[in-house]
Design a protein around this ligand. Structure first.
Ligand code: NAP
Ligand code: MG
Length: 482
């Protein structure tokens, strides 16, 4: 029998050294449960077990891997209603977004199940006679996966699925704010008869358990999604030569040109800036708007922002849930004060909201008359706050988009093919959206950014194999026929 809120280590559910509370951000009187916190010895056991299990998994054959991944993906898809509700209850995104996230997480598994069977490789003749070469991919080994709370199941899934598909063992350290999703996901994975220790869930604080995992010399690769400071720390403290992949924050911009369909621009802005309460790495917190359409755009943006129904994540009709925690709410409100101090004009929102249940609710905020050098336009706020920056030309718009240390996504709303094409080629971001919101990406193509947003090989699609495998070049002497 499984013990739901424990860690899953070396094939067993294990109580932690201590426990943390998990509360619903839509209603803080709702205690979702108590969740185990591993100690260092338990983490070390998980790493040892992963090393052993990986050797077995490498040998099971690709059809066994296919079957396990497909079954995990199908169960997640089939249970997306129930698990999506749990996710929304602990994270605060509206129920439909929670359900959509779990469904998408399942799709990562079904995609990578199929990827296990895509095995046609590279061969070559040697420059020397009678020698043939084949180039194969082998697992990288034991992979540490450290994930954030804002997409607690999808982010983990797009890492765990390719890790297992390509023959690796996994130690997963989820965000401590969203442990219920992690335990539910681990229960699905453990139902497959994987070698004990192949997949381990190790909950604990980032600064202790996460940090020790990063520093382990037995870990071959670390895939991390989270904030820039933590990512920077991981690169500098990982055991030397550990392969590292980081997906971090951003400060994405959406351009609305003078030739745009303004209603489309407004709907892209509302979706990109406020979806998931702005707690997306792909959120468009900078809205770069041409002066000729600025006033009309701002008027419609404010009207759309006012119309959002903020409420309990599980309540019918809620479009915007609470933010994830009290810390996040305080940080958002501090940015509102900072923006006003910097001279930005707060047109709407930015205040804490009282609701029938006690939670971390705030009204989505729109700032106008902002400049790109204000701190609110330079730092990732990770809340429902959008800043409008007025520009006089396409060139100025592009320069503004690129004037940031981040580079995950960018977007432009325009009817001009030449501007759209120019933007697509010259925006310094890993993803570019034309007449679409900056948020919202597919699962079968690479995802990642530039600058401070990303480090290491891309995630998702077939590009993921660059990170989760290592290449072996074999030379075979064919001898003489005689
Ligand atoms: P975070 O504070 O950086 O935490 C991310 C993960 O790292 C959590 O599991 C955290 O554990 C762990 N951690 C913290 N300190 C650590 C350490 N010293 N060593 C190892 N692990 C450590 O980020 P967050 O607040 O959860 O998430 C928000 C951030 O994620 C934003 O910046 C957002 O842009 C980014 N994000 C990026 C993407 C992308 O693909 N680019 C996607 C989603 C989110 P604890 O929870 O226990 O602290
Ligand atoms: Mg955090």
């Amino acid at each position: 029998m499984t013990t739901p809120n424990h860690n899953f280590i070396a094939g067993n559910w294990i109580a932690g050294e201590s426990e943390i509370e998990n509360r619903n951000p839509s209603d803080t009187s709702d205690l979702i449960g108590m969740y185990a916190q591993a100690n260092v010895a338990q983490l070390d056991n998980a790493i040892d077990a992963a090393c052993d299990a990986q050797k077995l998994w490498q040998k099971v054959g690709i059809e066994a891997r296919y079957n396990s991944l497909m079954a995990i993906g199908q169960e997640m898809i089939a249970r997306s209603g129930e698990l999506g509700e749990l996710l929304s209850r602990e994270e605060g995104k509206p129920r439909a977004e929670g359900v959509g996230e779990v469904y998408r997480a399942g799709q990562f598994f079904t995609y990578y199940a199929a990827e296990t069977l895509r095995q046609i490789g590279d061969t070559a003749d040697s420059t020397r006679p009678n020698i043939e070469i084949d180039v194969r991919r082998e697992p990288v080994g034991v992979v540490a996966i450290i994930s954030p709370w804002n997409f607690p199941i999808a982010t983990a899934s797009w890492k765990i699925a390719p890790a297992l598909a390509f023959g690796n063992a996994v130690i997963w350290k989820p965000a401590n704010v969203t442990p219920a999703s992690a335990v539910a996901f681990a229960e699905i994975i453990q139902r497959q008869s994987l070698p004990a220790g192949l997949f381990n869930l190790v909950m604990g604080s980032g600064s202790s358990i996460g940090q020790r995992l990063v520093e382990s010399s037995q870990v071959d690769a670390i895939s991390f999604t989270g904030s820039v400071p933590v990512g920077r720390g991981i690169v500098s403290t990982a055991d030397s030569f550990t392969k590292v992949q980081l997906e971090m924050g951003s400060k994405n911009a959406l351009v609305v040109m003078d030739d745009a369909d303004i209603d489309l621009g407004v709907s892209c802005a509302l979706n990109g800036a406020f979806g998931g309460s702005g707690q997306k790495c792909t959120a468009s917190s900078r809205l770069v708007v041409h002066s000729d359409v600025h006033d009309e755009f701002v008027e419609k943006l404010v009207a759309g922002t006012k119309a959002f129904k903020v409420g309990h994540a599980l309540e019918e009709g809620t479009q915007l849930g609470p933010v994830v925690s009290d810390d996040q709410l305080q940080s958002n409100l501090d940015y509102i004060k900072l923006g006003q101090k910097e001279g930005a004009e707060l047109l709407f929102g930015g205040i804490r909201l009282d609701m029938p249940t006690e939670g971390y609710y705030m009204a989505p905020a729109v700032f106008a008359n902002t400049t790109n050098d204000m701190q609110i336009n330079r730092e990732e706020m990770f809340g429902p706050i959008a800043s409008v920056i007025k520009v006089g030309s396409y060139d100025e718009a592009l320069a503004t988009v690129n004037d940031t240390r981040f580079g995950l996504t960018s977007g432009i709303v325009t009817r001009s093919l030449s501007r759209a094409s120019h933007f697509r080629r010259n925006a310094k971001t890993g993803c570019v959206m034309i007449n679409l919101p900056t948020a919202g990406t597919d699962y079968h193509v690479p995802f990642g950014g530039r600058g401070d947003s990303s480090y290491g090989p891309r995630e998702q699609g077939s590009y993921a194999k660059e990170f989760y495998t290592t290449v072996k070049t074999a030379y075979i002497s064919c001898g003489e026929v005689g």
